[in-house]
Design a protein around this ligand. Structure first.
Ligand SMILES: Nc1ncnc2c1ncn2[C@@H]1O[C@H](COP(=O)(O)OP(=O)(O)OP(=O)(O)O)[C@@H](O)[C@H]1O
Length: 514
């Protein structure tokens, strides 16, 4: 018999409910009635289902855009934060040497997964990474391969185009680097950074009690928060935050993936003087005693208030400022100077979309009600994400999708009682307060609705996080180095759209697609 968790896991990639987009014109509507509850992303349009001429025009220009680089392989524009990246250098070298990139430059090693608009493969750049001294050090990439005909017949061209445009604009340590876009006759391919650590949904299943300790949650949430902050600053509302879309890099840091449901809009970042910094209730601040108990020598961790055993798991991320009872208290002028530091507010507050997009358990009430939504939906999903990482389930999940949606709109948020009789409160009071602030049903009253990420960063739950140095912090878990499957274990790939797939099981060449 399958446990609830296993069933939940099984249904993650099956069962799909999708339809239109942010363009006012609806495109299609598909439902898989066999699945009562799925974790797939949703793209439903609440209006009628006729296709419009304006869609056709935009879809045609999207198709033209995607075809503009046929055969050449368009490398994404410069990515300053990838200056020292070997994968980036190898790609540049191959491109300069051969005057462009094609699918022929890659050896396909295995299928990593598939989503609504394409499949993602692990691909190796042929002939690169072989070093006489260091030996063979293959350059791996994740390649999202989209069948252009399938995209066109399923009205997904604009989705694919949006994802490409967004990926091309990104340059952030916790967001994917687009190394190249290959536009071949049948396929449109996005070549991105490969994350060998899987996703946070899978990683959570491996934790004791299938939930992360609070320190780990703080680490992952802090990195996701920085990624969301950057996206909002770029005028991108992500709309699909869930553990499945948070991938783990080889160094244990995260990468937010999957932008085909994102919304692009304009934003006007402003620098404002803080009137006051939200101070946590004194009961939430780590006491000297708690700090002494939970601190590991040399790790500089501010321990969370909770004394739950899960919250004290090891290793403690090394991304907090050192707070010890012996730390010199900050002087009053320094404290007041910090309080009046200018704050960057880059929240695209004026954006409005009527689309029904997201994942059922993560949908914000305003999306379900259909009142129009904006960037506040990302703060709602951030609250659900925190809850799920801490508790191993989302707060409003019902027996089926319809019940889930009803619960999101009507049910009060409740934290499950701790299964440990010695623990009075889990998660810690600051974690509960943050989640409550994010899961306010009225988007106007939701935490971060106006001041965005800055407001969340100042919350007591993140107290002591060294935001500037998170990238150098020690993550809760570092994945083991990636080992490619032996050629005999490679599975043939189904050709679903009549294009030619060649599998080569007898050689170490993997398989290729044409
Ligand atoms: N850069 C990557 N490194 C490693 N695995 C990846 C990478 N990108 C995607 N994957 C894997 O491929 C799968 C498919 O990804 P994709 O972004 O196409 O769709 P999805 O997130 O599953 O679904 P959808 O687009 O329908 O919401 C993911 O579930 C993930 O496991």
């Amino acid at each position: 018999m399958l446990s609830e968790q296993d069933e939940h896991l099984q249904s993650r990639h099956a069962g799909m409910v999708r339809a239109s987009s942010d363009f006012s014109e609806p495109m299609y509507y598909e439902i898989d009635p066999l699945r009562s509850q799925s974790r797939s992303s949703t793209e439903l349009n609440t209006s009628s289902c006729s296709r419009s001429s304006s869609f056709d025009t935009r879809a045609c220009s999207a198709m033209a855009g995607m075809g503009a680089a046929i055969g050449g392989g368009v490398a994404a524009s410069s990515k300053p934060h990838k200056a020292q990246d070997g994968a980036w250098e190898a790609m540049k070298k191959a491109k300069e040497r051969d005057g462009g990139l094609t699918l022929g430059h890659f050896k396909f090693v295995q299928r990593l997964g598939s989503g609504d608009i394409g499949s993602v493969y692990l691909a190796e750049l042929k002939g690169e990474g072989t070093d006489v001294v260091a030996g063979s050090n293959p350059m791996y990439y994740a390649m999202k391969v989209m069948d252009k005909r399938a995209l066109a017949t399923r009205n997904k061209l604009l989705r694919a185009q949006t994802e490409w445009e967004i990926l091309e604009a990104l340059d952030h340590p916790f967001l994917p680097t687009l190394y190249a876009h290959l536009d071949e006759r049948h396929f449109s391919c996005l070549v991105m950074e490969f994350c060998p650590g899987g996703d946070l949904h899978v990683l959570r299943q491996r934790q004791p009690g299938k939930r992360f300790c609070e320190n780990a949650v703080r680490f992952y949430a802090a990195e996701v928060l920085l990624a969301l902050e950057y996206l909002h600053m770029m005028g991108i509302v992500y709309r699909d935050l869930k553990p499945e879309n948070v991938l783990v890099r080889d160094d244990g840091h995260i990468m937010l993936s999957d932008f085909d449901l994102s919304l692009k809009c304009s934003v006007n970042p402003v620098l404002s003087r803080l009137a006051s910094v939200r101070q946590p209730p004194s009961s939430c601040l780590p006491s000297a005693g708690a700090s002494a108990n939970c601190e590991l020598p040399g790790l500089g961790c501010v321990a969370p208030c909770s004394v739950h055993p899960i919250a004290s798991c090891l290793p403690v991320p090394r991304f907090f400022h050192l707070h010890t009872p012996t730390s010199k208290p900050k002087s009053a002028p320094l404290r007041s100077a910090r309080r009046t530091l200018p704050e960057l507010i880059a929240e695209p507050t004026s954006v409005r979309s009527m689309s029904f997009v997201g994942t059922h358990e993560y949908l914000a009430p305003e999306i379900i009600i259909g009142d129009g939504h904006g960037s506040a939906v990302d703060w709602w999903t951030f609250g659900i994400f925190l809850f799920e990482l801490l508790h191993g389930r989302t707060p409003f999940r019902g027996p089926d999708n319809e019940a889930t949606l009803m619960n999101v709109v009507t049910q009060q948020l409740k934290f499950p009682a701790s299964d440990d009789p010695n623990v009075v409160e889990f998660p810690s009071p600051p974690a509960q307060e943050l989640i409550r602030g994010l899961l306010v049903k009225d988007p106007m009253k939701r935490l971060a609705a106006t001041r965005g990420a800055s407001e969340v960063k100042q919350h007591a739950f993140f107290q002591g996080v060294n935001w500037a140095l998170i990238r150098c912090a020690v993550p809760p878990e570092i994945p083991s180095p990636y080992m490619p499957p032996s050629p005999s274990k490679l599975q043939p790939i189904k050709n679903t759209h009549n294009h030619k797939w060649v599998t080569d099981h007898d050689s170490s060449e993997g398989f290729e697609l044409f």
